[in-house]
Structure formats: structure tokens, C-alpha cells
Design a protein around this ligand. Sequence first.
Ligand code: ADP
Ligand code: ASP
Ligand code: MG
Length: 414
Amino acid sequence: MALIVQKYGGTSVGSVERIEHVADKVSAFRAKGHEVVVVVSAMSGETNRLLALAQEIDPQPEGRELDVLLSTGEQVTIALLAMALKKRGVAARSFTGGQVHIRTDNAHNKARIVDIDRQRVSAVLEAGEVVVVAGFQGVDEDGNITTLGRGGSDTTAVALAAALEADECQIYTDVDGVYTTDPRVEPKARRLERITFEEMLEMASLGSKVLQIRAVEFAGKYNVPLRVLSSFDDDMDGQTGTLISYEEEGMEQALISGIAFNKDEAKLTVLGVPDHPGVAHQILGPVGAANIEVDMIIQNVGADGTTDFTFTVHRNDFARAKEVLERVAEELGAREVSADDKIVKISLVGVGMRSHAGIASQMFEILASEGINIRMISTSEIKVSVVVDEKYLELGVRALHSGFGLEQSIELTQ
Ligand code: ADP
Ligand code: ASP
Ligand code: MG
């Protein structure tokens, strides 16, 4: 008998039929004697619908009220799933985040979980019931409802698994695992049997939305065995999909584990900035003060006493960042600001890169052979990222996927 936390995403609970299917899956686990905590998302499209409603009233609605609204999506699905379980004779009870004391900080719309009181959930499990918890939500110290950012139900599940010391956290979604890249962009993508926390964290932070970054962080920190698998197939064992775990001695090591991409970024450049100490701070200081997060940063080698300074931000912040930058450029006496929100970032990720030189140049060669111009480059120990024009997203991802032979298994045994 094991204690399992299962999370079902929006598409997996997108209709009454699908909720009934989830109930079948949960009952099968119960029938085997496992204790089950289920975390659910809102029905697919619901969070977007609620967000659009709010924005009809105010394009920048207050965070607190927005959270009260957005959290309702998950309240619908917990109740429906609990009903479907009871109909099958499975004892179950639904709970909002607040009811199981998922306490967060007060950063509305992107709150972080700070504490979970395991007593409440444990008591219900001990009474032999399935605990159905609303994902994506919590309450702050003052009892205000908070939400955890898009995709946050993954984090609710992992945090509950960590707090309860569950044997496994299973993330059921509309794909049957983590693939070498998003199968919607490259249908030849291959499912990975295993991936390390480190690689998954890199993939998630570079744009692979299959798991929320914080969920992977949490799972790594508390060593929660995490598995991504399909909610649609009839496998009732929970042994398929992709296992995310620490690297183990003798584990087969792929050179590149995957390709991530991020369509949510935009690029800004200040051209002809006087090249003297403090310039980077004078440019990025006001951007930071406007609460805009910066991702990649490049400063060119100075020539003729001036330099160019480029950085990327989230597309949602593009207009505001441009405004700030135009003001700063004028103050600094820079030549001009150029801004482009039609870009994407494509990244190669793999722990095997550490011991293999030449991956970056191979990547550049593949992109060049497709006539794709690289606008920015950044590297770290286990990833290489490039920024290219948005129109090259599919071409770039597919060329790299086949160029690095990712559709076949090219695992090297160490
Ligand atoms: P859920 O609603 O279940 O949380 P998401 O839409 O958040 O589902 O995540 C699943 C989606 O993630 C898939 O449909 C797929 O298009 C996308 N995705 C992006 N990168 C990957 C990847 N490397 N492997 C698998 N899926 C990926
Ligand atoms: N319903 C939320 C969203 O759409 C949370 C989640 O699905 O994980 O982002
Ligand atoms: Mg998700």
C-alpha cells in the first residue's frame, strides 16, 4: 500500500465524461489499497475565461479580487470529482486550498506556498477517504485567497506530496510523458523514460509548460518522486510516462535530453549608449524598479566610446519596458531604442553537455544551414539558448531535433 498524490490537469477534467474517467482511475488505485490525494485544475479554458471576464471590467484588475475569481475554477472540479467518486462507492471529500491550510505568502497571482498543515489531510486519509484538493490556490496569513501562477496546480500536488511524504506524485495530463520537445511542434518528438530534476528544471524554466517550474523545484528540494503520465489511457498502474528523479549511478545518459522554447519573450536594445562604468545599472535599474523581470542580457564590446545593450523581458511587460527604456535612453544620451516582440527563444538542454564540447557550434551550424539568423546567444553548463525570429520557431525546433538525432535513442552509456 502506498500514499499517492495525483494531479489531473485542465484537459483531463475538461468535461463531465472526463471527470468520470478520472474517477475510474482514482477508484482503481483505491481498489488496490492505496491512499490517494487528488489535486485538480479548473476545466480547460476556464481560467482564461475568468481572466477575460475580469479584464473586461479592468485591464489590470486588483490582484486580490482576481485571485478570488480565478480560484473558483478549481472549486467546480473538486466538487464534481468528489461526486463522481461517491457515485462509484468510493468515500471522498473535496477541499479548497484554504480548507487544507495551504498557506502562501501574499503575492497575489503568483503566490508561493510557505506551509501546509498535514494534519487535516492525514485525518481524512486515515478515515479511509480520498482527499480531493483544489489546485492552484492557497490562503495568506490574513486568510485572503491567493493563486500560485499559471500551471500552479502542479505545485499544489508536489507540495502536498512533500508535506505528506507521499510515495509518488503523479501528474496526469494530455500527453503521456515528458518528450524531447513539445509534440505539438515536433510530432516526431520522443517520450523520455526518465529525466533528471536538474534537466526538467532547466526545460521548465526555458519554456516547457508541461510542468510548472516551482513544482519541479519543490520536487527536487524535497526529493519527491515525480511522474508525468497520460490521463487518457487505460493504464491503471501508474508505471508508465516519464519519471523525474535524481541522476543515479550508471543511469543511461543522453547528451541532449530535450529542446525547450519560449514564445513569451520580447527583445529590447539601446543603441549607442556612452560606454562608461555604471551604464548597465543605469539601464536595468529603472526596469527593475518598474517590477519588470529581465531574462537574457547582452552588452556589446564598446567601439568609439559607445556600446549597444540588449535584453529580453516577458511579452506582457514589453510595452512598459519600452516606455521605461525610451526615457532612460534619452537621459543617457543614447542614439535610439529598438524593440522587437516577434522573437522566440529556443534552448537545447542536457546534463551530458557538461562533458561534451562542441554542442553549441553544432547547434549554430544546424540553424545556419536552414538560413536562420541568430539574434542572441546564452549558455550555461547544461543548456544553450538562442533567440531567433518568431517565424523560425517550428523550422528551428525541428531542424535541431533531427540534427541532434533526438527522434532515435542516442543514449551513451558512461
Ligand atoms: P495540464 O492542463 O494537464 O496541466 P499543460 O497544457 O499545462 O497540461 O501541459 C501539457 C502540455 O505541455 C502538452 O499538451 C504539450 O503541448 C506541452 N509541452 C511542452 N513541452 C513539452 C514536452 N517537452 N513534453 C511534453 N509536453 C510538452
Ligand atoms: N487553472 C490554472 C491554470 O489554468 C492552474 C492549473 O491548471 O494548473 O493555469
Ligand atoms: Mg499545466
